[in-house]
Write a protein that binds this ligand. Structure first.
Ligand SMILES: NC(=O)c1ccc[n+]([C@@H]2O[C@H](COP(=O)([O-])OP(=O)(O)OC[C@H]3O[C@@H](n4cnc5c(N)ncnc54)[C@H](OP(=O)(O)O)[C@@H]3O)[C@@H](O)[C@H]2O)c1
Length: 262
């Protein structure tokens, strides 16, 4: 039997695929009314059908978070459907490995627009609602890659580092207002985003396992949910290393990778 949740109403961005989709299904299974949002409406409709087919409650809203006004307004639109907003998960994100010599300005701007501006605007739109309710849970999905850059991830790692610090700032400011704030930092999860990776992904989890882990941890509203534990440990360790050792370790890992093709 599925676990219950104290979260009765939740809006999740980037819920048309991957982690966001799995998290929406997991919350609905635990009894929450879920609003799923993303750009691709057909995929959102499919998620809602799957949830409703299993006896859950779901609605969808189309939203491009690269439009800051749209991202900022999504919490209000969700609250109008849900009647309250116990939790918002700013999960929508983009990322593709790109060596520094092949970075395109267009891709870097998109990474910042979606992962930083979009996620910040999404969470900001929920703050007045949650202050009015005197409760709520703001959740941002950053990445373990935001703690230390990896080869080919300069813009992605930078975007996630920015989001993590923003989330920490919200936590500092809102701690006394009864609003919980959590930074979710996944390692490698098998989703359409990582399907493009041509290198070995250590400790790869499937999206369903990641969703269960995240939903379990979010019940206690910690400041940080980082997983999988072995990669969280290695990432923490790497933060203590000087750049030269970190660079050598990442080069060695890449050379030893059977999946790397380029
Ligand atoms: N998979 C991993 O290993 C991993 C690791 C660390 C962190 N993360 C983070 O986890 C989050 C989810 O990623 P994922 O792996 O599940 O990738 P995914 O399957 O590609 O899902 C990304 C989601 O974001 C949505 N999205 C992208 N651009 C958007 C935009 N402009 N406006 C609104 N929605 C947008 C996509 O929906 P539409 O295309 O329909 O808009 C999709 O639902 C991301 O923030 C990612 O950075 C993932």
């Amino acid at each position: 039997m599925a676990k219950g949740t104290k979260t009765k109403t939740v809006l999740i961005t980037g819920a048309s695929s991957g982690i966001g989709r799995a998290l929406a299904i997991e919350y609905a299974r635990r009894g929450a009314h879920v609003v799923v949002t993303a750009r691709r409406e057909a995929e959102l409709v499919e998620v809602c059908k799957e949830i409703e087919g299993a006896g859950g409650r779901a609605d969808h809203l189309v939203c491009d978070v690269a439009d800051p006004e749209a991202a900022h307004g999504i919490a209000k639109r969700g609250e109008e459907i849900l009647g309250s907003l116990d939790m918002i998960v700013a999960n929508a994100g983009v990322g593709a490995p790109a060596h520094a010599s092949r970075l395109s300005l267009e891709d870097v701007v998109r990474t910042i627009d979606v992962n930083v501006r979009g996620a910040m605007a999404t969470l900001m739109g929920a703050i007045p609602i949650m202050l009015g309710q005197k409760r709520g849970h703001l959740v941002g999905v950053s990445s373990l890659a935001g703690r230390r850059a990896l080869p080919g991830s300069s813009d992605y790692s930078a975007s996630k580092a920015a989001l993590s610090v923003f989330i920490e700032g919200l936590r500092l400011d809102l701690a006394r207002a009864g609003i919980d704030v959590t930074d979710v930092q996944p390692g490698f999860v098998a989703t359409p985003m990582t399907a493009k990776n041509d290198f070995q992904m250590p400790f790869l989890w499937d999206a369903e396992k990641a969703a269960r882990y995240v939903a379990d941890r979010l019940e206690r509203a910690p400041g940080l949910v980082a997983f999988p534990p072995p990669l969280r440990f290695l990432t923490r360790l790497s933060q203590l290393l000087p750049f030269s050792v970190h660079a050598l370790a990442t080069r060695t890992a890449a050379r030893g990778s059977p999946k790397r093709t380029g």
